[in-house]
Design a protein around this ligand. Structure first.
Ligand code: PBG
Length: 327
């Protein structure tokens, strides 16, 4: 029915009508708040990510309490160990920085906060790579699977609800699932960075977590952004391997991939709005070019509208605080 019978502005006339017609509602429980835990002390502001700071191990439980107090129900823990080696062995140490943080958060907050742990090696290897470097500096897929499985088991043993492999090694979900099951950790869930693209949007994170590759790049393992099929193959492989939640990363420049994943697969879909997405908004807002809070809110709604029911975002705390204030 064309105009004038149809007038799309009818349902936009007032706030109450706009609320009625609204389809996407964002809430603090949709968000996962990343936390960087710095074994060496913490507290230092992250230059590349204005408004964020690394947290000292002794402050982790309090930080988690603050996050919970804003209505957010999940954290994603990243560790900055005080020592690195070729094998990334601090990543699976029983008293590793993340393992200790998991225990402290659990002890302080019980099950009220879902604890997710990043399962990767790049902050822990002296090469800065997500896997183990073999001959000629090539990243050895199968040797890396063993290491990643040990990391996941140690995190789940410490009490993580969800382990989140981000190394983009082939077969990492199958290897981790088998290792968790062998260890009797059958209820530990896996949220895989299924389609983690080789992206320039990660630069601020590499500064925050000091995990930049010391040679080469991540192009031999992360997904190229030049194909719409490769990420679907990655998602399908993870589902075959027993993943619980698939994740698309980054988010904003990959809304088509999120939407396609939602359409094709019957599995919970997460999106990771990465450090560069955060930094772009913050930098423009600092210069008075955009209203940062409004842009962030719009981005998060777009990511949810595209099909992600779970959003990992550095805006988590400020977005949750704003939502609380708006109620
Ligand atoms: C490494 C890892 C990265 C991110 C999360 N885990 C960086 C990378 O792959 O180089 C990026 C997250 C972000 O930019 O917010 N396993």
């Amino acid at each position: 029915m064309p105009f004038p019978a149809t007038r799309l502005r009818r349902l936009r006339r007032s706030g109450s009508l706009r609320e009625l017609a609204r389809e996407v509602r964002l809430g603090a429980p949709d968000l996962v708040c990343p936390v960087f835990i710095d074994e060496a002390g913490g507290g230092a502001r992250i230059e590349s990510m204005p408004g964020l700071a690394r947290v000292a191990p002794r402050d982790v439980a309090a930080e988690a309490g603050e996050i919970l107090g804003l209505g957010i129900r999940a954290v994603m823990l990243f560790g900055l160990p005080s020592s690195k080696d070729a094998a990334g062995s601090a990543a699976h140490a029983e008293d590793g920085v993340v393992q200790r943080a998991i225990r402290e958060i659990r002890a302080a907050h019980g099950d009220s906060l879902a604890i997710m742990a990043d399962t990767c090696l790049c902050q822990y290897t002296d090469t800065g790579h997500c896997g183990i470097a073999g001959e000629g500096g090539r990243i050895d897929n199968d040797a890396s699977l063993e290491a990643l499985s040990r990391v996941a088991v140690s995190q789940a043993r410490a009490g993580a609800d969800v382990v989140s492999p981000s190394a983009m090694m082939d077969g990492q979900v199958a290897a981790i699932r088998a290792a968790l099951d062998d260890a009797g950790l059958v209820d530990a869930a896996i949220m895989s960075h299924s389609a983690k693209h080789a992206s320039s949007f990660y630069a601020p994170f590499r500064d925050a977590a000091s995990c930049a590759p010391q040679f080469g790049d991540r192009l031999t393992y992360q997904v190229p952004y030049t194909s719409a099929h490769a990420p679907m193959q990655e998602v399908a492989a993870d589902i075959d391997e027993g993943v619980d939640i698939v994740m698309i990363k980054p988010a904003l420049a990959y809304l088509d991939i999120i939407a396609e994943t939602r359409r094709r697969f019957d599995v919970p879909v997460a999106a990771y709005s990465v450090s560069g997405e955060y930094a772009l908004v913050k930098a423009a807002a600092e210069r008075g070019m955009v209203d940062g809070a409004a842009v962030a809110t719009e981005m998060l709604h777009a990511i949810k509208r595209a099909g992600a029911g779970i959003i990992v975002t550095y805006f988590a705390k400020e977005a949750a605080a704003a939502m609380r204030g708006a109620q």
